[in-house]
Design a protein around this ligand. Sequence first.
Ligand code: MRU
Length: 357
Amino acid sequence: MESILNYDTVTLDDANSALVIIDQTLLPGEIKMLHLTKQQEIWEAIQVLRVRGAPAIGVAAAIGIYLAAKEIQADTYETFYQQFRAASDYLNSARPTAVNLSWALKRMEKVVLENKARSVAEIQSKLRCECETIWAEDIDVCRRLGENGLTLVKPGDGLLTHCNAGHLATVRYGTATAPIYLGHEKGYHFRVFCDETRPLLQGARLTSFELSSTGIDTTLICDNMAASVMKKGLVQAVFVGCDRVAANGDAANKIGTLGVAVLAKRYGIPFYVVAPSSTIDMETATGDEIVIEERDGEEICEMWYKKRMAPEGVKTWNPSFDVTDHDLITAIVTEWGIAHAPYKESLRDIFRKKEEA
Ligand code: MRU
């Protein structure tokens, strides 16, 4: 089986002014690269999850806003900035929960604000460098998440993961999967259980695809089977990614993550959230403040089925994420170290470390 890891999740093709992504809505059946040149195409790709996963969304937005800025023809800085802001607000509206989207756009805006005195062409060139830096940093950050995460497990462990916080959610390696890939390289022989992750099946379509195509011992389970594999003693640790961690350690991730955390607590299994610092939002005090995306009920009633599997007109509720309370989280693994409760202090220490580096 060809490994999906040979394909870049998200890249810039500057010569053709395009954001290049794998269309993840077609996986695992078809590997199709998309070259997106229009802002509406980039917005749509984020909205319908052709590119998805918090870090990958951030990188896509950084490349997207660079491409928008490249097109701006303005005689003055003010006109340039106004159009840049409009393009940034537009991309930022594609999805609400993953903080990496606004994080990357703010980082790109900082470049514009700090270079007021320069020509538009110079600012555009600096924006290209910044989106390339964000892209390269993501690889380095994920590698370090892997090194830190690997210290928490041992060879032969059974690991469970939810949704896809893998290669396909980042530029490379993933966040929750980074310790798994690193352990695999080192001969750890993990046994990995992937929750299928209703309703969009990121666990089945993406995580089980990328892990098994790399030769990792991968077992796909339906979401409602997690309790049974835990009760049987087959899981020694849970690794999940996240879309936004609040300052108190509450962590928003794919719907169903909260249930996994509750089960892990019941069976005494450590529950680790793997979070690059770009996903930690110290301006959001608690999980109650995190905006949770709600999606079309059609995803529950019709999608993937040959025929509709719910009565016409039935009321639906389809939140895309839930918030795991910080007291269910054993530790938050970052690229700057591992944070434990109380998270208000330990996450501040993580950022202190980052600033001092
Ligand atoms: O709706 P998605 O597929 O974008 O949701 C993705 C997740 O919930 C991931 O676990 C999260 O973004 C972390 S990705 C490293």
